[in-house]
Design a protein around this ligand. Structure first.
Ligand SMILES: Cc1cc2nc3c(=O)[nH]c(=O)nc-3n(C[C@H](O)[C@H](O)[C@H](O)COP(=O)(O)O)c2cc1C
Length: 139
């Protein structure tokens, strides 16, 4: 059984490319092994993470518990959790989206204002936005 989970969190210190690379490197190795796919959104110098993870229910729950306890961030807020019949991010062991590069007109398609506050996002537009963002990245 597949589930998808979406959360936002706040980094304890400004996000650097080294921090992101180390999270992504560790994540991708683990995710392949556990059938996890998804996308991590953030931006260097910023302090928020928005992440979607998909996979088997047990694997996603175990990973989310690890992530919540990770000292590199805090205020982890669960935005959405649902059973799914198919993955939306099947090609991504953990895709990386830079929130700074999101174009305002794309944001306006899904949000009331062209501002992305991950903690205030509704799940459906957030997922649609993530899907569109990731489709613009080279595979
Ligand atoms: C924002 C953020 C996103 C993360 N995403 C993942 C992920 O997708 N997969 C993963 O294995 N670890 C991810 N981690 C790292 C986990 O919190 C944890 O360090 C990792 O699962 C190793 O756990 P372990 O020490 O119990 O093996 C993430 C950490 C942060 C701060």
């Amino acid at each position: 059984m597949l589930v998808r989970l979406l959360y936002a969190s706040r980094a304890v210190e400004p996000i650097t490319s080294e921090m992101l690379d180390s999270i992504l490197e560790e994540s991708r190795a683990h995710n392949v092994e556990h059938g996890i796919t998804g996308v991590l959104c953030s931006h260097e110098g910023g302090d928020v993470f928005l992440q979607v993870i998909e996979g088997g229910r047990e694997d996603v729950n175990r990973l989310y518990n690890n992530i919540v306890r990770d000292p590199r961030h805090e205020d982890v807020v669960l935005l959405d959790y649902e059973e799914i019949t198919e993955r939306r991010f099947a090609n991504w062991r953990m895709g990386k989206v830079d929130l700074d590069c999101v174009n305002p007109s794309m944001l306006l398609r899904y949000l009331e204002r062209p501002e992305l506050d991950p903690f205030a996002l509704s799940a459906k537009p957030a997922l649609a936005l993530l899907e569109e963002l990731i489709s613009t990245l080279p595979g």
